[in-house]
Design a protein around this ligand. Structure first.
Ligand SMILES: [Zn+2]
Ligand SMILES: [Zn+2]
Length: 188
């Protein structure tokens, strides 16, 4: 299984791109409703990408189960990776926050739009990454799915307004720009 998993990630994807598709986001102060949401946004997903057969050429990871990503641990510790020991009747998660955190991480990598939009909008503070507009924002894959940016972590998402999104998509796929660029007239 290990060998197979590696094959999905490595051969066609240069390391530079792989790093763009999943890395822990740089820290910044954010206003989030719950502390566990902070844990989601600044989570380092590298271990998950190394371990699971995530298909970077696919938007949705329908072949992947939640339990594959956060398996039961046999050592009496929480499955979310927080490092806390289970106590009482707890079998899998130390607290509900642990399971909410894990479900959100899974939802993002799995390609679930609700989770992705929520965290991308929060992290990027609802402005277009290019022109800073606040209207008609869309979540954009920085490395497009077609080029190996699918199944990505939050690090491969940005917010773009409609206009910037159209021009980036044209550039990504080499499509013809609708308007020819006019030469700038210089006043003398
Ligand atoms: Zn936990
Ligand atoms: Zn824009």
């Amino acid at each position: 299984m290990q060998e197979e998993q590696k094959q999905v990630l490595t051969p066609e994807i240069p390391e530079r791109q792989e790093r763009l598709v999943f890395f822990a986001l740089p820290f910044k102060k954010l206003k989030l409703k719950y502390p566990w949401q902070n844990r989601v946004i600044f989570f380092d997903p590298t271990e998950i990408y190394r371990r699971l057969p995530i298909n970077l050429y696919q938007r949705l990871q329908t072949h992947m189960a939640f339990k594959d990503m956060f398996p039961d641990r046999k050592d009496g510790f929480c499955s979310c990776g927080c490092g806390e020991p289970l106590s009482g009747r707890r079998r899998r998660w130390v607290s509900d926050d642990c399971s909410k955190f894990a479900l959100a991480v899974w939802g993002i990598i799995d390609g679930q739009v609700g989770h992705i939009e929520y965290y991308v909008a929060k992290y990027n503070q609802r402005v277009c990454a290019i022109c800073r507009a606040r209207r008609d924002l869309k979540v954009d894959h920085i490395v497009p799915v077609k080029h190996g940016g699918g199944g990505c972590w939050l690090s491969n998402f940005q917010l773009l307004c409609h206009t910037c999104h159209v021009s980036k998509t044209n550039k990504d796929f080499g499509w013809k720009q609708k308007k020819a660029e006019k030469p700038i007239k210089v006043k003398t």
